[in-house]
Design a binder for this molecule. Sequence first.
Ligand SMILES: Cc1cc2nc3c(=O)[nH]c(=O)nc-3n(C[C@H](O)[C@H](O)[C@H](O)COP(=O)(O)OP(=O)(O)OC[C@H]3O[C@@H](n4cnc5c(N)ncnc54)[C@H](O)[C@@H]3O)c2cc1C
Length: 401
Amino acid sequence: MIGTIAIIGANVAGVTTAAELRRLGFEGRILLFDSEAAPLYERPPLSKALLIGEMDQACEAPLLTAAELADLRLDLEFATLVRGIAPGRVELSSGRQVDADVMVIATGGRARRSPAFEHRDGVHVLRTEADALALRAALSPGAEVVVMGAGVVGCEVASSAIRRGCATTLVDVAAAPMLRCLGAEAAHVMATVCQQAGADMRFGAGIAAVEGRSHVQGLLLEDGERLPCDVLVVGIGMAANDELARGAGAEVDDGILVDDACRTSLPGVFAVGDVARRRAPGGGPARRVETIMNAQVQARETAAALLGLAPPAPQPQWFWSDQFGLNIQAVGEVARSDRVGWARPFDGREGVLLHFSDDRLCGAVSFNRGREMARLRRLLARGDDQTPEALLGDPDLAGAA
Ligand SMILES: Cc1cc2nc3c(=O)[nH]c(=O)nc-3n(C[C@H](O)[C@H](O)[C@H](O)COP(=O)(O)OP(=O)(O)OC[C@H]3O[C@@H](n4cnc5c(N)ncnc54)[C@H](O)[C@@H]3O)c2cc1C
């Protein structure tokens, strides 16, 4: 019988695991460790409300209220780095060892850095509240800002920098913003949106060198163009904090490899959220997903598996982003599609794009149309078999009904 569960990492994956364990009736001891002193905040506002200045501090968007936290009856150890795990034992950086029957690693990731560009003032990454506050202080009106990497967070930073009055350039080796997660059609819509909002853009472009001795002053692109730059934001994704599992001998490959119940290759050790890389059924490539919804779903699966209960029903992947005045949502597997069509053509503010694979709905992207997205998420979860023609001609999805 499980008496004590140690959860390492107290952001959305770790906290949801704890909450779900209690909801499912676990009455034993739950230890929750985090290296940050105040880790219980949501990260999405870091690139949006906090950067723009609509929020002062990350704690204004708490993961849960003080009353909800108290109800969970957790043994919290914050400002406490876990430096190792062994069977039945968690080892803290102080040298203290804590016994636990099972462990859940929810250590997420850290901003990926580019060593070539470090060691200069004016170079920023964005993962934590401290990163966001430092970046906000640098985003003064008129500053020349270059965002390297036009993924979701990079585009959000560019949007916020423009709101703060900065002259902002997005640089990416890809052909359009957020290409990987939105697919080509919606990414090209986003390129127009970014441009109309005032972002300068260099796509298909790499950075060859950073100029400036102690403070960044300019960037040299691979094609020889020079961009002035006071603030460089390196937005090239995250590196998984998988060292604890690696050190204990678990299978790790840019993330901790887990099965469909988030079990690692070590008995009694689970991994959830951004740090986990799930093996595909049937031997396809394992995938690591960096979204709030994925962390929450995996936390629920882990809690159910720990207590020997049936797993929750599977759900399609889903994420949202707020940038350039748009609420953008994507659901399903847009990368798998062989056909796309607009259920509601994008008119500069709103739109719903459907993705199909083998004449079945496999994903969708919406712009300022959350209501239609809620329906599409349900359709995908149920696996409803409607023809592309029926869906593309559906007045409800077109927002007419
Ligand atoms: C700026 C930004 C904006 C985002 N916006 C969105 C969005 O709009 N929509 C969306 O779906 N997703 C968004 N995301 C992604 C989302 O925030 C992540 O998917 C989510 O935070 C993952 O949660 P996690 O708990 O797995 O990991 P993390 O949030 O990384 O938390 C891991 C925790 O583990 C702790 N930790 C790590 N190592 C140790 C150790 N050895 N000992 C003790 N503690 C440790 C860390 O301090 C941290 O608190 C955004 C991310 C960022 C950075």
